[in-house]
Structures are given as C-alpha cells and as structure tokens.
Ligand binder design. Structure first.
Ligand SMILES: Cc1cc2nc3c(=O)[nH]c(=O)nc-3n(C[C@H](O)[C@H](O)[C@H](O)COP(=O)(O)OP(=O)(O)OC[C@H]3O[C@@H](n4cnc5c(N)ncnc54)[C@H](O)[C@@H]3O)c2cc1C
Ligand code: FES
Ligand code: FES
Length: 1750
C-alpha cells in the first residue's frame, strides 16, 4: 500500500494482530463493520445502537510503561478512529477451538446458556471484562456482580436462567478466582503471542507516525481544539466523546467531521476535594461511578445512592464509553431522558462551558433545560467539566428511577433529592433547612410540545424547608408537586402515570422521617386505629431491587431408554457459538469481493408513486446501482413471499400500501454506504388522500369494513368460523351472562437477535447460490426462482443456523433473499443484504393484535354454558400468514375447557401497516389468553376463586379422575347452597377404564348432580386457605384414595358405594353411554364424513382411510348438505342430511356411494337416548345440545357449500377436514377426550389434571396464596398476586426430508430440511442418528459415538421440499426423517455388521464398514451407504420407531397429539410507581419423554420469558396517523432482561407420560410454555385488585366503592372505553368496537369519574380537591378499575358476594407495563390518602392550628 497516497490515521490491534488504517478506511467506520468486513473475526451486529450487547468487545488501552486500562464496550458504537493505540479483543481471543475454550465459554456450554448463539459471544466478553474489572477494583466477584456485568446484554432465546446458572457455576467452580483474568495482562496466558501487549507492540502502536485525517481530529489541547473548530465547517462537525449518542438519535449527520475530545487532559480530570467533586467532560459514566464509590467517610451513603442510580444508566457497555459531557449536552440539545442530569441537579452541580475566550460556570438545571434560566450557548463552545459540592455529614441524598424495565432502559420518570440540616437560611422551620429536589419527566411545554426535561422542584423544596418533618409537612410537599412539574403524555407513559410516579418517589424519600416522628404526633392521632393505619401508610417500601433469577429443575430419568436419546447431551457446536467462531448467514461468502445492498422504503402508508429518482444516490462514490422491479429479468415475476396465500410484490411499483414497503435497492461497496445512499433516493408520491386515507388502526379497519375476505380464505379449511352447540340459545338460557365484553390482545415483535440477512452469488449455467437466515429455505428457493424466472433446480438456498427466528423467518426472508439474488444477478457479483434492527422492526409487523368481544353464559357456580367469541385481528397491508393465527385461534379457543356451546368467529382486518406474520405460538397464544381471560372474568363476576372456576370447566376424562382428588380447598369452595353439582363437560360422560372405581365415583359426583346439595360456598379465609393447603397435601399423599369424608361431603356417595356402583355395572353403563355420545359427535363433526349408526361405532381397519364407508376413498367423494341437491330434504334443526355428489377425480376402481345418496343424522334420537338414563336429565340435555351443536357445526362449517348449493353453484373445492384439527384417527377409545371444538385427545396425552395438580403441589400454591393475602393486608404500597393457568397445545408435525451418508472412515453426515435456530434441532438429530445407527452394533457397544455424526447445512440441493421449521415440531419431524433414513441404512449394512466386535463402539463400527468399503482409498463401497428418509407427517408406530414411509402414508393417520402444562406465578407490584417483578414462577410441563431434557428445559424457560416480555414490557406503538412504528428500536421496544425473569423460576417435567404418537415418545416444547404467561397477567391483576380493595388507599372511606363484591355496581357501571356501545344496524359488533380502546394507539385517557348524584356535596368537594394543578388521577379510579365487568352483565345474580377472596381486576391488559400498572391502580393521590387517613381537611380548609397539632 502506498503510504504517501494513503497515510495511516489509526493503529490498533485486534486479537493480537496489528491493524493500520489508512484513508481507504474511514475513521468513523464502526468497529463492528470493520470486524465484519476486514477481519476473520466476524462479530455480531444486531441493533447497531448499543442496546443489545451482541457486538461486545474488550478494549485494553496500554501505555508504553505497561499500564493497562480495560473495559468492554459496544463495537457498533465505537468509530475505529477512537481506538487508536488500543488492543481489541473479541470472544475468539478469550478461547477458541484451536487454543482451547475459556472457562466462561465452557460454562456456557455446560449450562446450555446459548440457544441460537447470536448473543453469546457478547455475553462471554461482557462477563470476562466484568470479572477483570472487579478484580482490578479489588471487588469480590459475586453472582449479583456478574448479573450487573451483563446488564447491557440481551438474549431473546434462553430466558437468561441458564446464563445466570453458567455465571453461578463459574463462581462455584472457583474459575473466577483461579484465572489470571483480573491481573493486568502479563502476556503469560496460554497461547498468548505477546503481540498486543508487549512493550514493543504497544510502542509501535502508540508512536508510529500517523497523519491527521481530515475527517477525524484528535486535539490534545484547548488551543488545538479551537484552531480546528475555527478551520472546519461547524455545521458538518461533531464532537465525539463516547459516540453513544448515535445509538439513541438516528438523525446524526451522515458524513461528519469528527473531533475527538478525550485527548485533552483537562477534559479527563477527576478532582475530589473537601468542598467539591469535579469531573472533566470526557470522563465516562463508569469512571464517575467508580470515583463516587471510592469516596469513603460519613457522607458515603449519599454517594452510594448516586452510584446505585447511575448503575441503572444504560448498561455497562454503554457507560464504559458514554461521557459526562455527552450526557449533559444531549440532555440540553436532544431532551435526553438523562439520569445523570437529574442526579447532578439535585447534587447542586454546575457545568463548566469553555470557549476560545475562556470558561464560565452555569448551574446545571439551567444548562440542561433551555427554558430555565438565561444561559445562551455560543459557538464554538464545549462543555469542559461538571462540578458539584461535596456531600457533608449533615446531608442526605436519595435517587430513584422508574423505567420500562429494571436495567438498560431510559428513565420514564426519575427523582433525586438532597437535603441538609445545615443552612444559611435562618427562616427555615424544618429540620431540613436546605434541600434540592430534581425531577425528570416528559414535560408539557408552553408550546404544547412534550419534551423530557429534568427540573428543580422549587415548590416542593420550599414546602420541605417550610414545614416541620411531620405529616402535614409531607402532605404539603406532595401537594406542591403539581406546581413544579407539568407532565405530558409520552411514548408508553401517560401524564397521570408520570405525576403518580414522581409523587411516589418524593413520598418514598420523606415518609420514613414522618413515620419516625409519628409517636410524638399531636392529639389528632390518639386513636390507635388511626395511628396504626397511618403507620402502615407511612411504611414506604424501598425501591425494587434487581433480583438474581434462580430456580430448580426436575427431570425424570430416562437415561436407560434409548441412549443417547433422552439424555441431556450438550448442544451441538455450542462452544463455537460461545467463542464467536460459529458462522451465521451474514458471515458467509465474505471475502472482500462482495457488494452490499440496502432497501429503499416507502415513507408513506398509502399513496401512488409518481417518480423515483436515484441519481443523487448514484453520484456518491462507492454507490453502484439502483435496482427496482424493472430490473426483474424476462420470465421473472415481481413476487416474493411464499407460504402465504396472497401474492406479495418484491418491490412496489405504482403505489405503496404501507410505510416501509420496499421500492428498490441501492447496491454499494459497503453496507453503511448502501444504507445511507438509500436516503438520497428521491421518491415522489401522489397527493395525500388520492387513494383514500390509509387505514392504520384496528378500529378504523373495523369501522370501514376493511377485511381480508374471499374464497381462498373462507373456503380454506384452516380458517373458518367454529361453533359447537347453540351459543345464542344457551346464552339466553343462562342464569348469568356477561355480554359483549371486550379484550385486547397486544402485538409483539420477534426481536430475534439476528435481523434478516441474505447473501447471493450467481454461478455458471444460469444458477445462483443463496445463503439465507430463514426458517424455510424452500420458500426462499421458490421466491428467488420466481423473481429470476429460473427453474427451481437452478437455485440453491442454504442455511447453517439462524440467530433466532420465532416465526419471523418463515415467509419474510423471501423478500430479502429474492432482493439479494436480483441484485447479484443484475450485477454478476456477490451481494450481501442485511437489514438493520430498526428496519427489521418496521418492515415486519410482528404478531397480529386481536380485539375480542365475548359473551359468556354461566351457572352460579362458574360453569360456563355458553360462549360466543367474535374477534378482529389486525393484519398488515398484506395477508402473510395471518390466516394461520386466526384459524388456530378459532380452532383452539376451547383450550383446556369443556365449553358446551360455543362459537368463535374471527375477522382479518386489513390495515396500511407492515405485514404482520406469525410470532412464536401463533393463534395458540391468542386462544390461551382469551380463554383464561374469560375464566377470570367469570370468576371475578361471581366473586369466586378463579382456580375453582377453572377446574369446574376443565376437560375431564374419567380415566384421569383418580389423579384429581378433590382437595379441601375445592371442597370449601364447592358450590353455593342449593346449587347441585352437575356435569360441566362432555368428557365426564366420556370413557373410563372400568377398573377406575374411585374415578367413576368421582365422575358420578361431577356428572349427575343427583346427590345431596353441596356445602355452602364460603370462599376461603386466610386461615381456611392455609388449612386447605394442608388438606391438599394430605390428599396427595393418599394417592388415588380420597378421604371418604371429602367425597361424602360433596356427593353424599361414599367411596364404598361408589365402588359398588362400579361393580354393579352402573359405571359401565355410563361409560357406554359416554362412548356412544362421543362417537356420535364424531359422526357429525365434519362435512365429508357420512353419518354412521349410533349403536355400532366402526373400528378402524387396515386399508380404510377413515372409519367411514367400507372401501371408499373419502378424499375422492364429496358430501354436501342436503339442501344442495334438489329433491332432497333441507337440513332441519333436528336432522342433518348429507348428499353425495359426483366426484370427478375419483378413481373408477374405488368404491363410491351412489350419486345423490342421502345420509342423515337424527339428532333427536341422540338426545332421547341420553334422556333415558335415569337421574341424568341435565346431562342428557347437555348431550343433546352438544350433539345438535355438532350438526349445526357441520352446517356452519360448510356454509360455503350450503350457500353455493342454494345459489346453484358448484363448489370446486371440497370441504376437507383440517388434518391438524380433525385427525383421521378419530375413534375415541377409553380415556380419550374430545374437546368442544373437535380436538381428539388420546387417553395417554390427557394429562391436564396431572400437570394442574402437579403445579399446585410444586408451587405450594394454597399456602403461598394465604401468604400473599397476609402480605397484602399488612402492606399498603406493595401488593402481591398469585395465579395459576393451564395450557393445552395440539401438535401436528409436518413433513420433512433427511439424507444420511456413512463415509469410509465411519463418519456420518446428516443433511436435512430442518433449520437449527437455537431450539437444539441439530443436537437431537445427532442423538437420534447415533441411536438408530448404533442398533447395528452389539448391544454392549451401543450407541454409535455421537462424535462420528456431523450435521450438515440445510441445503435445498440435498434436502429439498422441506417446508418451514416451525410450530415447535421441526426437531421431531427431522428426527423422524433421520430415523427413516437410518432404518434403510441398517438394512444395507445388516450383513456387514453382523457379529462385529471391537475395543470400542467406533472400532466395531469401522470394522463392519471395512467389509463393504474394501480399500477405502480407491474403490467405491459395495452397498449404498446413503439413504434418504422422509417423514410424511403421519403417526409413528407405537414403539416410536416408525415404519417406512411407503407403508405409512396409505394407512397411517397424521401424527398429532396434545400436551398440557400449567404454571403458577406470583408477582409483586409497587403501588407508588407501578414497578413490578415476578417473585416466582413454577411450571409443570408434560414433555413426553424429552429427546434432550437440557435443551427442552431451555425451550420451556425461553418460551415463557418470551411471553413474559409480551405480558410486561413489550409495547408496540404505531402512529395512528402515519402508520409509522414508534417502537422501532432497542431504545423504545423493551424485551426482557435478566432481572425481569422470575426470581425463583422452577420447571418440572411430568414423569411417566411417554407419547406413543410422537417421535421416540417425545412431545414438543418450543411454544406451549409461552401461553402460560396468562398466569402473569392474572397475578398482576390480582395485585392491582388488592390495591383497589385496600381501604387505606381509597380516597375516603365515606365514598362508595365499586368492588368486585358489589354486583350492583358492576351491572350499572360499564366502562365506556371497554364496553360495547349501541351497535349500529349494519355492522353492530364492528361499530361497537370502533368506539373501543384500541391498542395500536396511545391508550385513551380513562373515563372521568364524576361524583354520583347521591353523593353529598361534601364528597364532591373532596373529589374536586384532589384535582390539584391538573393532577387528575382520580379520573383513573374508575368503577372498572375496581373490578367492574368490562362487559355488561345481563343476568341475575344469586351469588352471595364475599370479600374474602381477592378478585381480579380485568381492566389491566397486556402488556402490563410499569405505566399501565400504575394507571390501572389509579386512585387518589398519596397526599389525599394521607389526609384522609389522618382526618385532615383538604388543603385550603386546613387551619394553621393543624400544623401544630400533627
Ligand atoms: C443503549 C443506551 C442506553 C442509554 N440509557 C441511558 C440511561 O438510562 N440514562 C441516561 O442518562 N442516558 C442513557 N443513555 C444516553 C447516554 O448516557 C448518552 O448517550 C451519553 O451520555 C452521551 O455521551 P457520549 O460521550 O457518548 O456522547 P457523544 O455521543 O459522543 O456525543 C453526544 C453529543 O454531545 C456532543 N458532545 C459530547 N461531548 C461534548 C462536550 N464535551 N462538549 C460539547 N459537546 C459535546 C457531541 O457533539 C454530540 O452532539 C443511553 C444510551 C444508549 C446508547
Ligand atoms: S449490535 Fe451493538 S449493541 Fe446491539
Ligand atoms: S441465544 Fe441469546 S439470543 Fe439466541
């Protein structure tokens, strides 16, 4: 390189190798991009904004004298120019496959702390650096310390629990102590080449000549600085300190001149004197923390409070770079939510501002807020230092922050307070003679704009100084607050919340002093009750702390079954993931010759495109081409997304339909250049409104009837309205109803760590090779081929691993792959297309939010008899896979419950926003949340225990009943007086093993209701609940034999009598009846199946596809409802007629029914039969209704056919049963259960009661619930809730190919169609291959060593037609395919392997292979050693080993099974601020016989935490006017961090639950536990309800309270923003919804609460009094928030309300963010609460006497 032409400007080392950067590399290039493009250490780029830590690197700054300063920081925020002289270390340098892995990497591997692995190297580096920093600072490395060390790192897969375990193991193993980590590098570590830290290397780096880059200046004095500033164009110059500001603000200048400040010594000064503490502007926040923490002495506690708060600024990685100067300047210029400024304002800091003319000091509160004070900035001028007075022994300091999550989140509101007992002000009457209060929050400015500002609260300060430290002083300080701050609504934080949180923080500070003085208070507090009440109120809790999540795992021992399957085998290549050596899509084919593309996106949501002009972009050097739809070659089409039923264009051409829609691509020489050049492409749009107004919100779509409709959707089997029974009639008949209650399910972003990326390279002969980060290489192959007009065999798509997917990489990667391929094709070069985090969020809409209106009818005991659900699912402008979500929601809405009459109808709403697609647990999550919400609502309405209400509605199999013995708690809460028990679900009339004597007895009790009345329903008191818990435990001990008294007390039938009944045959009568009944429902279940005799259910026999007509190929015949054929009777309410129409494609050789044959189902007959059973008339009614419902279901399911027939049209597409929903193996056998919506649960899979009872036991539920109640009664400002929730998950693995090859040396290569995306698929495949091939070895030598098996890349050239890896089933289907292949290989090798022996399995294996290979050097094998296996999606054999697929597909039904799990979650909320944390979660999970328990445990934990984010922190907000996603970054969209995880997180796998229908008896686990997060929301609502029902927190005890126990209030006060309004005639439900509260907007303000007419004048005054200075939180204390029905209850209420069970609060919807929880708590201000408790008059009525009295 010609150094004259390209002088060096920066020298640094990376992993020991020196890098000299010349002018060909811009000094402002980020280190992460540099690593990726110019080094073999690829690094990870996930967010590029400092928010995730995936790019963490360790930086060591060395001096020639051997001094080392080390830190870890985000490579994405570090311009390479700032690293001059440093040595950079990536995870590869800490350990790798060549020199050995580091202890941290090892522990990550051992504890399965890496799933997709994209975050892992970042974690490893952050932990390593933190350990070293602790050592350097002489700190002990504790687990809490290590957790702090990863506070800037995000992981989307693991749920953090295994990462914490790895950290714990690191400490426990002594690795932390033993390693020489903490010592300055001596160059002695194993493998160290001394290239980076040797004096010589350091001297070279520091002293080698470099030239000043015109784009990057490093002044070392103020003179130099101002000379440079004088010379450059100031409008294009920017100071660079830590450069972290670029992570927050994206509109940073693109090609700035950077002036680095840190080389000026004055800016790095740190000065502590007795009087003050001064830090230079270039001192980092981490250094400030270290400085303050090191100050010892009497004022130490104050500094500690500052440190504690500062440690919550961003994460370590940001704090290590972010400077004091940058922070205060961003606060001033960009209204940064600065914690540093708030702390420093309260500390009394001044800012030193230096210009060419000299320095001046400005009070920080004036500097940080331009509207305060008269400070005017001059240019050029810099901040040079911040100084504050030293804390004295007479002073105290407090500092708090409320943020969306505990760490790595900016403040929503923060408060810092300094108080001193010493002052010059002799007039102060308070012991606190001097004080400074600083509060930061979104502030409404005079212009109406809202900006986040930190301000002095002068009125509060004055009140504190003026009043004695007593109650009234406290109250007056709190009441002064509205005069100081004027909060406005901000993203995710309402004004009311900000005010409440600020008040809470001031109260938290002052209350302890008043509490201490209370015993001396005046006569007003002489009443002991009043005093006790005040003491309780003044016990302000400390702020919530960062918890370290710990937990226990319980896994059955399956080690003997089929090793290495079922063993916790370490994840394949996990060490490479930890060291950073694992390659991801974005790392492929990078050799310096590649080009980079980026997407030009639409800026409008709906508009015509009038012109696109890329000329400005193309003029930028390095920008090569603009690619658009016009570049698509002849034969290609402008389409991309495969997998959806709606075509999607690759590029918009004449119009755009959502903001962010791709219009074209810019191709350039670097990724950053391509991205920036896209902004220069000028796109002109037509006039506003030309195509109508864009539809952005769900309400808008509903109001405008903007729905996805059409034959493809409605006729499709996956998406159709579901119904059973007659919900309408049952609703009318129900004694209690809730009608048209609404519930909103939020959206959620995938936020996988690896954003979308593809690399494409054209090859010879018209072929192209593509690497894609996709869950579906198959879909990408088709998309690329379609766009380029190529046959599929010309397109090869490969994927090695995916850095997280969660459903977001099923269809969406098609666009990226096709775009990269088109650019590569056009330019004949390799093209790399990687989407940034922001655009990834903007272009992919995430989960479909869904609004649901439900009407539910129920018995007084909580049994649901009718359920009608109508829903509106918000989709993007293109359908993508939304029909899947809706279809699953419709089919699975019954969840774990036996709702006898129900209907579910979901509409898909088209909006002008980015296409939404499936997200982990699509549809299932919606179904679970809706079902659980409804159960909660019913329980709340009746004031019943939600646990009991759930159980009363559970699906039940007689075979399962022995597991579910009634606990004492259930007995206590059985049913109201006079309400006989009766059958709640069909399953109680299902089939049981005749030997289940006690089961039958129990079922009698449940089913018949002909025993004596149940004991009175008395919801348990605290003591009762504790008692119940004891009983509960005792019951479990006496397994299978319930205490007689328990049973007798409920049913009046003793266990002996029950046994007798069973023996006398009554039970078998019941069983038979149930069997017939259930069978008949099957007959009526689906259109193609003709009805059969009721009496003789046919059994499946070989050669018959389904239990239908003998020998008939039912796929080839078509049954339609009778009305379709002239001359046949129409369907009647009591009879369903089905007619056979001709099937054109039916093979002549197949039997068919004669044309127009009529089959009919006599419904009345079924009812009559049921009625014939004595004493069971109600059950019979239910049977009849259900069966009738089935028939109606048939008719409604075939509505298309009916309609078409009526119109004389031919419906071309037969109504096929959905294989996923109605498996063909549909014969109910003993113990089986059929859910209302038709899922057939096989007996062995029906483990609902087992997991339910299991979770109660493992969580010690009843005792803890009693403790929660006790806690709530004692604490005013902290409330807890505890809740259980179950989940049912139906699984149907899809087809999958796999190829297995054995090589001459015995090594095995498996290639398959599955995708490894963190779920451990490759590991399970390896285990199964080793087991299956090991069968060729003698038993003593089995299995084949796993080291002999390698898993290849997924490659469409080897394993094509694989379809997506999704639905938690990829591992299973891939393993099944591998089983098939191995079976064939066993056939080929059986002879050669017979009788082999050897010293080891590998030796024996090779010796056998030698027989078929001959001379491995030259000759081919003599038998075929490659086999292709294909799992066709059908059931395996009962032993789990399968048959060959050729035998299989003809006779085997689709593989499908059901699994259950249950969770118990306990939460705690802070009533003052809305902050919350999860104290404990216990999950009891039926994983069958897990293929790999360590991996599956990780899936269960990870999925739960994924859902936890959706429930608590992840809020998707779209601008309702423009459609712009406002939560489009890690700054605004908060996925969980480690402290969000339950502090105690326990998971147990169910024992003895082998899945005879799964692969090797396993069950899926990637998604189901996600649905268990319903328990989080339920617990949170209980906690909020506890706050509402705390009498001390009410405004005044004289006000009537609307609580759950006040049914009258519930019925008369529906909430305007939740309840349906009067429907319009055209579109009633939509109309009512369009008035509702939709989630895609900022939340609507709650309805104002007005004093009711019967309230006295005084009370109204009191209400008004609290509305001080716009502080109108009383508005939020609405009826709804006190537990009133969100819907309107139409029914009578015969239930006696009880106050002892804490009801839930339904107004809180997910995500229950800090702000939403606080808003939901609502209530009066703290000041009003205190006044009320002390009997004080409102402020203006308070006489001066009061001051002395209290
Ligand atoms: C992920 C993330 C999370 C964060 N979370 C928080 C948080 O919780 N709380 C919080 O308070 N902050 C938070 N921040 C903001 C962070 O504190 C600031 O970005 C940082 O303090 C800015 O300092 P810097 O040295 O990086 O400034 P730079 O980014 O280098 O500069 C910022 C601006 O200040 C100017 N500037 C810098 N130094 C001077 C100077 N001496 N004189 C004049 N102008 C100067 C620059 O020209 C530039 O315009 C977060 C940032 C990130 C990236
Ligand atoms: S990629 Fe650097 S912090 Fe996310
Ligand atoms: S393993 Fe952490 S993001 Fe995937």
């Amino acid at each position: 390189m010609d150094r004259q032409a390209h002088p060096v400007h920066t020298i640094f080392s990376i992993n020991g190798e020196t890098h000299e950067l010349d002018s060909t590399v811009s000094p402002s290039l980020s280190l992460s991009e540099y690593l990726k493009r110019f080094t073999p250490f690829k690094g990870k780029i996930s967010c590029s904004e400092g928010g995730c830590g995936a790019c963490s690197v360790e930086i060591i700054k060395c001096s020639p004298e051997g001094e080392h300063r080390r830190t870890a920081l985000n490579a994405c925020l570090a311009p390479v120019g700032t690293l001059d002289g440093a040595s950079v270390h990536t995870s590869e340098s800490l350990g790798n496959q060549t020199k050995g892995f580091s202890p941290i990497q090892e522990q990550f591997a051992r504890h399965h702390a890496s799933q997709c692995g994209f975050c892992t190297p970042g974690f490893v580096v952050a932990i390593d650096a933190h350990i070293k920093r602790c050592k350097d600072q002489g700190k002990r490395v504790t687990l809490k310390e290590l957790q702090k060390g990863i506070d800037g790192n995000l992981c989307r897969c693991t749920g953090y629990a295994p990462i914490i375990k790895a950290c714990k193991a690191l400490i426990d193993a002594g690795d932390v102590e033993d390693l020489a980590f903490g010592l300055p590098c001596t160059g002695q570590r194993p493998g160290c080449q001394q290239t980076c830290h040797s004096k010589e290397a350091v001297r070279h780096r520091l002293q080698a000549p470099r030239s000043e880059s015109p784009a990057f200046h490093r002044p070392t004095t103020f003179q130099e600085l101002f000379a440079i500033l004088h010379a450059v164009d100031l409008s294009k110059a920017r100071f660079v300190a830590g450069n972290t500001g670029s992570g927050v603000y994206k509109d940073w200048p693109t090609q700035p001149t950077l002036v680095e400040l840190k080389h000026i010594p004055q800016l790095r000064q740190q000065l502590v004197t007795k009087e003050s503490i001064t830090v230079g502007a270039a001192v980092t926040l981490e250094e400030v923390i270290h400085l303050l923490a090191s100050i010892k002495g009497p004022a130490q506690a104050g500094y500690a409070a500052m440190v504690e708060h500062m440690e919550r600024i961003a994460g370590h990685l940001v704090r290590a770079a972010a400077t004091v100067g940058g922070n205060v300047v961003l606060a001033r210029q960009r209204a940064l939510q600065s914690d540093y400024c708030t702390i420093m304002i309260a500390a009394g800091a001044d800012v030193e501002v230096t210009s060419r003319l000299g320095a001046r000091w400005v009070p920080l509160h004036q500097f940080a807020d331009p509207s305060q004070g008269s400070f005017q900035q001059q240019r050029p001028e810099i901040v040079s230092a911040v100084r504050f007075p030293a804390l004295t022994p007479h002073s105290r300091f407090w500092s708090y922050k409320v943020a969306a999550r505990f760490n790595n989140a900016h403040a929503m509101v923060n408060t810092s307070i300094w108080m001193s007992t010493v002052s010059q002000d002799a007039s102060a009457s308070s012991p606190w003679q001097a004080t400074r209060v600083a509060i930061g929050c979104p502030t409404k400015l005079a212009t109406g704009k809202v900006e986040w500002r930190a301000r002095r609260a002068f009125h509060v300060e004055a009140a504190i100084r003026a009043s004695p430290a007593n109650l009234l002083g406290l109250v007056s300080a709190l009441e002064a607050l509205p005069h100081d701050i004027n909060p406005g609504d901000d993203l995710g934080a309402s004004a009311g919340f900000c005010m409440a949180a600020a008040e809470g923080m001031v109260f938290r500070t002052l209350a302890p002093f008043v509490a201490a003085a209370l015993p001396e208070a005046g006569h007003r507090l002489q009443s002991p009750e009043q005093r006790a009440s005040l003491q309780r109120l003044l016990a302000a809790p400390p702020p919530m702390d960062q918890s370290v999540p710990l937990g226990q795992h319980e896994v059955p021992d399956w080690s003997h079954v089929a090793p290495p399957v079922h063993l916790p085998v370490e994840k394949d290549r996990i060490r490479l993931q930890a060291s950073g050596e694992a390659r991801y899509t974005g790392d492929m084919m990078l050799d310096g010759a590649e080009l980079y593309a980026y997407v030009v996106k639409s800026a409008r949501a709906l508009a015509t495109i009038t012109s696109v002009d890329p000329s400005a972009a193309l003029q930028v050097p390095g920008v090569l081409k603009y690619i658009s739809a016009s570049d698509i070659p002849k034969g290609g089409i402008n389409g991309s997304v495969h997998g959806s039923i709606q075509p999607e264009p690759l590029f918009a051409t004449d119009r755009v339909i959502y903001q962010g829609q791709p219009i074209g691509l810019i191709v350039a020489e670097s990724p950053s250049l391509a991205e920036r050049a896209c902004d220069l492409v000028r796109v002109e749009y037509g006039p506003d409104g030309e195509l109508g107004d864009p539809i952005i919100t769900l309400e808008d779509a509903i109001a405008k009837s903007s729905f996805f409709e059409g034959p493809a959707l409605v006729g499709g089997s996956a998406f159709r309205k579901r119904s059973i029974g007659n919900a309408t009639a049952a609703l009318q008949a129900a004694p209690h109803t809730i009608t048209d209650a609404s519930y909103m399910l939020p959206s959620q972003q995938h936020m996988y760590m690896e954003p979308h990326v593809s690399v494409a390279e054209p090859d010879e002969d018209g072929t192209i090779s593509v690497w894609s980060s996709t869950q579906s290489p198959d879909a990408c192959q088709k998309a690329v081929a379609d766009v380029l007009g190529l046959p599929y065999h010309n397109v090869r798509v490969r994927t090695r691993r995916v850095g997280g997917a969660f459903g977001g990489k099923v269809t969406r990667p098609c666009q990226i792959a096709a775009g990269a391929a088109l650019a590569a094709w056009k330019l004949g070069r390799k093209v790399h297309l990687a989407i940034t985090r922001d655009d990834d969020l903007r272009m992919n809409g995430g989960r479909n939010p869904t609004k649901v209106l439900y009407s539910v009818g129920f018995q007084p005991d909580g049994r649901i008899t009718a359920l009608d659900i109508r829903g509106w699912m918000q989709c993007g402008a293109l359908l993508d896979l939304a029909f899947n979500d809706a279809g699953v929601l419709q089919a699975k809405a019954d969840q774990a419950y036996a709702f006898p009459n129900m209907s579910v109808d979901i509409k898909l709403c088209r909006c002008n926003i980015a296409p939404k697609t499936i997200v982990r647990g699509p549809g299932f999550l919606n179904a679970a949340l809706v079902a659980e919400h409804i159960l909660e609502h019913v329980a709340q309405h009746l004031d019943l225990d939600p646990v009991v209400v759930r159980e009363r509605n559970f699906l039940t199999s007689l075979a399962e009943l022995p597991h579910h013995l009634p606990s004492a708690d259930e007995a206590t809460a059985a049913g109201p007086p006079g309400q006989p028990e009766r059958s709640t679900n069909l399953a109680t009339e299902s089939v049981a093993s005749p030997s289940s004597a006690s089961a039958v007895g129990a079922s009698m009790r449940h089913a018949d209701g002909d025993g004596p009345a149940s004991p009175s329903i008395a919801p348990p008191s605290v003591a009762q609940t504790a008692d119940a818990a004891k009983h509960d435990q005792r019951d479990r001990v006496v397994q299978g034999s319930p205490p007689h008294s328990t049973l007798q007390s409920q049913s009046g039938v003793s266990a002996v009598e029950q046994r007798n009944m069973s023996e006398t045959g009554l039970s078998s009568q019941l069983i038979r009846r149930g069997y017939e009944h259930m069978y008949n429902r099957i007959v009526a279940a689906c259109c193609p199946r003709p009805p059969k005799s009721l009496a003789n259910p046919p059994q499946p026999s070989s050669g018959i596809r389904r239990p239908g007509l003998q020998g008939v190929d039912e796929a080839a015949v078509h049954w339609v409802p009778a009305a379709a054929s002239p001359g046949t009777p129409a369907a009647t309410p009591d009879r369903l007629h089905m007619v056979h129409t001709s099937a054109n494609n039916a093979s002549a050789s197949l039997k068919r029914p004669p044309p127009n044959a009529v089959a009919s189902l006599p419904l009345a007959d079924v009812g009559a039969r049921a009625n014939t059973v004595p004493g069971n008339s109600r059950a019979a009614e239910r049977q009849a209704a259900s069966t009738k419902g089935s028939a109606e279901n048939t008719a409604s399911n075939c509505a298309q056919h009916l309609e078409a027939a009526a119109a004389g049209r031919v419906v071309s597409r037969p109504c096929q049963p959905d294989r996923r929903i109605a498996p063909a193996d549909d014969v109910l056998r003993p113990g089986d259960v059929r859910t209302p919506l038709g899922t057939h649960i096989k007996a062995g899979s029906f483990t609902l009661w087992r997991v339910w009872d299991g979770v109660k036991k493992m969580s010690n539920f009843y005792q803890r619930r009693a403790e929660v109640q006790e806690f709530n009664s004692q604490h005013a400002w902290r409330k807890r809730g505890i809740a259980l929730s179950p989940v049912r998950f139906d699984v149907a693995p899809a087809a999958m190919p796999a190829a297995v090859t054995i090589y001459a040396d015995g090594s095995v290569l498996v290639s398959h169609g599955g995708i490894e995306m963190g779920q451990g698929l490759a590991t399970k495949v390896k285990q199964v291959a080793a087991f299956e091939l090991g069968k060729l070895l003698p038993a003593a030598l089995q299995p084949l060593p796993m080291e002999l098996v390698r898993i290849g890349d997924t490659d469409t050239a080897i394993s094509p037609n694989g379809g997506p890896t999704w639905s938690s089933t990829g591992s299973e289907s891939t393993c099944a395919a591998v089983q098939e292949a191995c079976k064939q290989l066993r056939g080929s090798l059986a002879a050669a392997m017979a009788g082999v022996s050897g010293a080891s399995a590998a030796a024996a294996w090779r010796s056998g292979l030698a027989k078929v290979h001959g001379d491995p050097g030259i000759f081919p094998a003599t038998v075929l050693l490659s086999a292709y296996g294909f799992f066709d999606g059908t059931q395996r054999g009962r032993d789990g080993n399968g048959q060959t697929h050729s035998q299989a597909s003809a006779s085997r039904p689709p593989m499908s099974y059901t699994l259950f799990a249950a969770a118990c979650t306990e939460v705690e909320i802070d009533v003052l601020t809305g902050e919350h944390f999860i104290r404990q979660t216990d999950i009891f999970f039926d994983c069958g016989r897990s293929l790999n328990p360590m991996i599956d445990m990780g899936q269960v934990e990870g999925a739960f935490v994924f859902g936890l984010g959706m429930m608590t922190t992840e809020e998707v907000v779209v601008d309702p006017r423009t459609g712009r996603l406002l939560t489009d970054s890690t700054w605004t969209y908060k996925i969980p961090t480690a402290p969000c995880v339950p502090s105690q997180f326990n998971v147990s796998f169910l024992k003895d639950s082998p899945n005879e229908h799964g692969v090797m008896s396993s069950k899926a686990c990637g998604e189901p536990s996600l649905m268990l997060v319903a328990s989080i929301l339920a617990a949170m609502r209980q906690a909020v309800a506890a706050a509402h029902s705390d009498p001390a927190l009410q405004h005044t005890s004289s006000l009537p309270l609307h609580t759950a126990s006040n049914p009258a209030a519930q019925h008369t006060s529906p909430q305007p923003h939740l309840a349906a309004t009067v429907p319009s005639p055209q579109n009633p439900a939509e109309q009512s919804l369009s008035n509702g509260n939709m989630h895609s907007q900022m939340p609507l303000p709650p309805a104002p609460r007005t004093a009711s007419a019967d309230q006295g004048e005084d009370e109204r005054n009191v209400l008004q009094d609290v509305h001080v200075g716009g502080h109108d939180r009383l508005q939020e204390s609405t009826d709804m928030q006190h537990g009133t029905c969100p819907g309107s209850c139409q029914g009578g209420s015969t239930v006696q309300p009880s106050n002892s069970f804490p009801g839930s609060f339904l107004g809180l919807e997910a995500p229950a963010t800090v702000a939403r929880v606080r808003d939901a708590i609502g209530g009066p201000s703290i000041a009003a609460v205190l006044r009320n408790a002390a009997g004080l008059q409102p402020a203006e009525l308070c006489s001066t006497d009061d001051w002395e009295l209290i």
